[in-house]
Design a protein around this ligand. Sequence first.
Ligand SMILES: [Zn+2]
Length: 217
Amino acid sequence: MHKISTTSFALTFVLLLAVLACQQGDTLTETPQNRRRFTVVIDPAHGGRDPGALAKSNVAEKDIALSIANAVKSKLESEDCVVFLTRTDDAFVSLEQRLSLAKAAAADILLSIHTNVSADQNKCGLTTFYYPEMKKSRMLDGLFHAEADQLAPMTDLGSQTADFTILKESICPTLYVALGYLSNAADRQLLSDSLFQDRAAGTIANCVKAYNAATDE
Ligand SMILES: [Zn+2]
């Protein structure tokens, strides 16, 4: 298991270096047409031996996060962004590896995709977390919630500040998105539905596009 995940991560890194080499080439003859493209790292949380939140019906956070992350990647690539995933399969990747990938990619932003779980089965809705000392993370958070009505009927519970490692140790603006509660029947049904997953991916992609537009110089 460990061997597979190491291989997967190494492949991601090789791909990253290849893309960076291409971009490096661009910068030598930089013109407005070929300037460095906006770079996003999407982090499908958990993976491998770490399933994340689990629902009774065998729905795992790690699978939902990967499925949404893949959809975000394809939506953003058609918008001419450079997109990296911290994992592309069901592999265990440490927080340090996720952060170093974002650093190596010189990511403009990092988005970590999760779902939530609670002992209270009535608790439902989406929420986000950002590190309060990074102003652009707060801005990214605001742009996400401006798009979140697209996720109705899932309730938007608003945002929270936190000092999670992925937020605090990241060198770029970073948002932790917790999309609904797997412990709640209605949220679980939405999160298991491929059409809702695609809407969630669209919401995240729109947030990235809005941030890119707002910070474009
Ligand atoms: Zn999680």
